[in-house]
Design a protein around this ligand. Structure first.
Ligand code: NAP
Ligand code: ZN
Length: 352
């Protein structure tokens, strides 16, 4: 074991603060990574504040962070995928059973014995796993991704959650040229959703509650933008979408979007608000529309997404911050005041 620097929360109401945690020494299949950047996902905030207490209660101290990019510093004797000095990335998962049908299909996100990157039982050290708000991490090579060399690293970190979470359902629901696709909520996930839908050739409409994000939405790749609080701007899209991705973090009226789907259209939730959403049955019945959800994505598809980003030169739009600003960043995230993802420069942790 060795000591690593980290930022952790001690309770649902306390700010994150500097701490020291234990990490395992790399075993034969492990990769040790010096973390260079870690994105701030709204899930980090939900988890730190125990907003998902019914589903995934938070164990404190909690070290969040699952959008990790860094450089390999050590590898175990059986590691073939990486060598010291390589760039490497880790997303929301660090282990699974590898034997179940889901794992064999490369859909580790559905494995019944999945280990998430933080706040999950740690098989090696006991306690829970600690995430990427830290200067290093040790992960089995199967869960470590390769990073295309042409991409900016601060903007690459968010691809590991915001990227794969939006890319995966778009691939599943067949987003391609000729499809009309909506993206709801221009936050970390939503802005990636707009970039991917555009890169996949769809006609993209961004829905936002923030009129100030209109111009950005067009720059990010939207063909049209609708301010969702404006009834006329919503109305004109009634019955027209093949697919809508809902990436909203808070309570909102999903029925307003269900109405916008065409026959057999689908709306997929990737946002995970604290409270249940009310769904009016008739919106789904008329038009045989469907509502579904989607969690992150499997390891092979995460690599595919990173390679897609490498060849299309796609990264997240980030505001780079030192780790000391993380609590301020959380306050701004709640107010939808970030364009469009905070990325923590982990070199700042050296000052602690
Ligand atoms: P984020 O950056 O905070 O973005 C959320 C966006 O939702 C905001 O930018 C805002 O967009 C919109 N919004 C916020 N409050 C709203 C309200 N009251 N009514 C309507 N719209 C509102 O968050 P994120 O990191 O992208 O995450 C979004 C959600 O996805 C979170 O719940 C997160 O936990 C979840 N998530 C799920 C997965 C998964 O595997 N499914 C993975 C990662 C994250 P506008 O300003 O444009 O309206
Ligand atoms: Zn996330």
């Amino acid at each position: 074991m060795y000591k690593a620097k980290a930022y952790s929360a001690g309770s649902a109401t306390s700010p994150l603060a500097s701490t020291t945690i234990e990490r395992r020494d790399p075993t034969e299949n492990d990769v040790q990574i010096e973390i260079l950047f870690c994105g701030i996902c709204h899930s980090d905030l939900h988890q730190v504040r125990n907003e998902w207490s019914n589903v995934m209660p938070t164990v404190y101290p909690c070290v969040p962070g699952h959008e990790i990019v860094g450089r390999v510093t050590r590898v175990g004797s059986a590691v073939t995928k990486f060598k010291p000095g390589d760039l490497a990335a880790v997303g929301c998962m660090v282990d699974s059973d590898r034997t179940c049908p889901e794992c064999q299909a490369g859909l580790e996100q559905f494995c019944p014995n999945l280990t998430l990157t933080y706040n999950f039982p740690d098989k090696h050290l006991g306690g829970v796993t600690y995430g990427g708000y830290s200067d290093s991490v040790v992960v089995d090579q199967r869960f470590v991704l390769r990073v295309p060399s042409n991409l900016d690293l601060a903007g690459t970190a968010p691809l590991l959650c915001a990227g794969i979470t939006t890319y995966s359902p778009m691939r599943h629901w067949g987003v391609t040229k000729g499809k009309k696709v909506g993206v709801v909520g221009l936050g970390g996930l939503g802005h990636m959703g707009v970039k991917f839908a555009h890169a996949l050739g769809a006609h993209v409409v961004a829905f936002t509650t923030s009129p100030g994000k209109k111009e950005d939405a067009l720059r990010l790749g939207a063909d049209e933008v609708a301010v969702s609080r404006n009834a006329d701007e919503m109305q004109k899209h009634t019955g027209s979408f093949d697919f809508i991705l809902d990436a909203v973090s808070a309570d909102h009226d999903i029925n307003a979007y269900i109405q916008l789907l065409r026959r057999d259209g689908n709306i997929t939730l990737v946002g995970a608000p604290e409270k249940p959403l009310a769904v009016a049955a008739f919106g789904l019945l008329f038009g045989r529309r469907s509502l579904s959800g989607s969690p992150i994505g499997g390891i092979p598809q995460t690599q595919e997404m990173l390679d897609f980003c490498g060849s299309h030169n796609i990264t997240a739009d980030v505001e780079v911050i030192p780790v000391q600003k993380v609590n301020e960043a959380y306050e701004r995230l709640v107010k939808s005041d970030v364009k469009y993802r905070f990325s923590i420069d982990m070199a700042s942790l050296k000052a602690e």
